[in-house]
Design a protein around this ligand. Structure first.
Ligand SMILES: [Zn+2]
Length: 306
C-alpha cells in the first residue's frame, strides 16, 4: 500500500465515523433530549408540576416541563420535540382532570412510568354544571402538598434505591407548603368579607376561593378552550356593577383583551396580573410555586383593599 492510499484509507475511516456520529445524533440526540448523565429523567406537563417535582428530586435527576413558562396548558399544541422528550423519560407526570387534554395522546408511545396526579387516590374535585371536573387543585398549598406526596411515591417506585431520599425531601417540602398555607390565610384576613370577590380571566381559583373564603367569578370558566359568550360577558359586567369591588384580575396565560374591556365598562381597575396555570421564567416574580402563590396573594390583597 502506498503512503497516499494509506492516508486516503484513514480519511475514509474518519469520514465514516463522522457520518455514523451524525446519523446517531439525528436519531437519538435532539435539543429537547434530557441530560444523558442524569440518574433519572422526569418530564411534567406544566411548570408548576416541574417545580414541585424538583423539590422532591435530587440534583442528578433532570426535570423538564412540556408546556413552557407563561403558556396556557389547556390549549397547548405539543411539538415533535415534546414527543421525543417524553419517549426518553423515565417518569412522566401530568395533572389530569382535563387540565391538559392533549397530553394522554403523547403518553401512548412511551416506556416510562406515567402518572396523572388527580387520577391517583381520591381528591375533593369540584365539577362544572356540564360534569367537567375542575383541574386547578394545586392552587391551594395544602393540596399542592398532596401532589408532592404522589410525586415522591412515583419517583420512589421508579428509582427504588433512592426511595427514602425522595420521601424525606417530600416531607420537608410538605411542611413548607403547609406553612405557606397558614401564611396566606393570615394575609387574606386583612380583606373585609364584603370585598372577598375574586374575578379572574378563567376559573383557576375555585379551590383557592373555597379554601380562603373568596367568592370567585371568571370570564372563561374552568377551561380556556372556548371563547366567552356575550351572555358570560354581560353577567360578569352585572356582577361587577352589583358588587362594587374595586379590582379584577387578568392572568398571565390567558388573553386579556375582553377582561380589560369589561373593566372599562364596569368602571373597575385591572390588578397586577395573576399566575395560575404556568409559572413565570427564572428570575420573575413567579419563578416557583411558592413565589407564585405569594405574588398572587399580595396582588389580590392590594387590589381588593383599595
Ligand atoms: Zn386553567
Amino acid at each position: 500500500m502506498t503512503r497516499r492510499s494509506r492516508v486516503r484509507g484513514a480519511m475514509h475511516t474518519r469520514l465514516g465515523l463522522l457520518t455514523l456520529c451524525a446519523v446517531m445524533l439525528m436519531a437519538c440526540g435532539s435539543p429537547a433530549q434530557p441530560n444523558g448523565n442524569a440518574r433519572l429523567t422526569v418530564v411534567t406537563s406544566t411548570t408548576v408540576l416541574a417545580d414541585l417535582a424538583r423539590h422532591v428530586a435530587t440534583e442528578d435527576v433532570t426535570v423538564t416541563s412540556v408546556v413552557p413558562y407563561d403558556t396556557d396548558p389547556h390549549v397547548y399544541e405539543p411539538t415533535p420535540a415534546d414527543a421525543r422528550l417524553m419517549a426518553d423519560a423515565d417518569v412522566i407526570i401530568a395533572n389530569g382532570a382535563n387540565l391538559e387534554p392533549w397530553f394522554a395522546a403523547l403518553t401512548r408511545q412511551v416506556n416510562g412510568t406515567v402518572v396523572f396526579i388527580l387520577e391517583t387516590g381520591t381528591w375533593p374535585l369540584l365539577y362544572e354544571t356540564d360534569g367537567a371536573p375542575d383541574p386547578h387543585l394545586w392552587m391551594v398549598p395544602r393540596f399542592a402538598a398532596d401532589y408532592v406526596t404522589v410525586i415522591a411515591d412515583t419517583l420512589a417506585q421508579a428509582d427504588a434505591p433512592y426511595a427514602a431520599t425522595y420521601r424525606a425531601r417530600a416531607t420537608a417540602k410538605r411542611d413548607l407548603l403547609l406553612a405557606l398555607d397558614t401564611e396566606l390565610a393570615v394575609l387574606f384576613a386583612t380583606v373585609a368579607p364584603a370585598r372577598r370577590i375574586l374575578v379572574t380571566s378563567h376559573d383557576a381559583f375555585r379551590y383557592f376561593g373555597q379554601h380562603y373564603g373568596f367568592q370567585v367569578a371568571s370570564l372563561y370558566g374552568v377551561s380556556t378552550e372556548t371563547q366567552p359568550s356575550a351572555r358570560q360577558v354581560q353577567s360578569l359586567i352585572d356582577l361587577l356593577r352589583a358588587s362594587q369591588i374595586p379590582t379584577i384580575f387578568v392572568e398571565t396565560t390567558v388573553d386579556q383583551s375582553v377582561l380589560i374591556r369589561i373593566a372599562r365598562d364596569a368602571n373597575v381597575r385591572i390588578g397586577t396580573p395573576l399566575y395560575g396555570d404556568a409559572l413565570g421564567p427564572p428570575g420573575s416574580v413567579a419563578d416557583s410555586y411558592s413565589a407564585m402563590m405569594r405574588h398572587n396573594a399580595e396582588a389580590i390583597v392590594d387590589g381588593l383593599t383599595r
